[in-house]
Design a protein around this ligand. Sequence first.
Ligand code: HEM
Length: 371
Amino acid sequence: MMTCQAAILDDVPGVGRYVFFQLASTRPDDVRAGLVRLKALTDGAQILVGLGPKLVQLLGTDVPGLHDLVALNHAGVDVPVTPAALCCWLRGDDRGELLHLTRQLQQALAPGFVLGQVVDAFRYGSGRDLTGYEDGTENPAGDAAAAAALLQGAGVGLDGSSFMVVQQWQHDLDAFDAMSPTRQDHSIGRRRSDNEELDGAPASAHVKRTAQESFEPAAFILRRSMPWTLGPQSGLMFVAFGCSFDAFQVLMRHMLGLDDGVLDGLFGFSRPITGANFWCPPMHDGQLDLRHLGLRGRPRDFFAKPISAVPRPDSLEPPGWLAAAAVADAGGAVGGGWRFSGLAFAGCVCAGHCFDAQCRLLHQRRGRPRV
Ligand code: HEM
């Protein structure tokens, strides 16, 4: 059965964090080991993962249709390209949790990857852009959302995957506030007060530039954007999922007026300051499916420690710890109470007392918080 990372089809969360990683090592073994550990950490819902084109290339594989974002420049507007090896979209309702998830990712990915840009984001009201306009109204829903966003019929390891564009847009809210309410509505093409689409909006109105059904073929994308703010700066982390990058590219070119010279009204108060393309692999057995990249392994060595290095928490029930000790004594390694490398045992024996990152996540997933 085809399974995508759930975050693609789910609504945007209360808080989000976009964590970008760059390659820190050109040794494919370091990179592969990091990805195998990432695979086990990723549930697709709390953590969504996208891989950049250069990373896939380094692994000696090819994902048909994956390529860098195309830089554009027209009428004084730049659409920059700022590639990254990995983009992890962390989602939840507690910023502290997302900070700890970030640290877990850093540990799991080192030494092959190093942390790059981090952008904290949040949901505004019912899902509005910071200008106050509802964002996502014309997103395809249900089967249409899956059809727009997910690769299908491409084979095992590819079906259920998605092509993601991430662009950080920075708003000039002073410029926006200086516009009359009518001009503001005309920039978007909808009335802010009731979200009604305006018949009399100019050709430059954003929803006219991006009317998905008006293209041939129709240019449907699934948008999951979130507002961001950092000090005095703010804007929108624009995120779009597609079964290819084609629809996004067509929309972006039309926003710039590359075909008819009409510039999107959005540029009157906002500009993209970063942008990159990623491939979001599907899920398999509750983990990220990296079979297309030839990565099937379990994270054997990451948490493996000799038993002498495994502290026995005072409050841990003896049977669990003894089980760990017995396996380790028999020549196995113990993984933070989570999984014994090379052995069939895959249950958690730490009873929630472990300080191991992997273990902590397992408890979160099972709804049993670590003590
Ligand atoms: C600062 C950045 C952006 C803001 C604030 C923004 C905001 C909005 C708003 C308020 C709407 C109307 C409600 C809705 O249907 O969601 C909308 C629609 C839309 N936007 Fe954006 N948007 C931004 C960037 C982009 C970009 C970069 C693209 C694609 C290249 C895009 C594609 C679309 C599409 C496809 C629609 C629906 C149009 C339709 O079919 O009616 N947007 N956007």
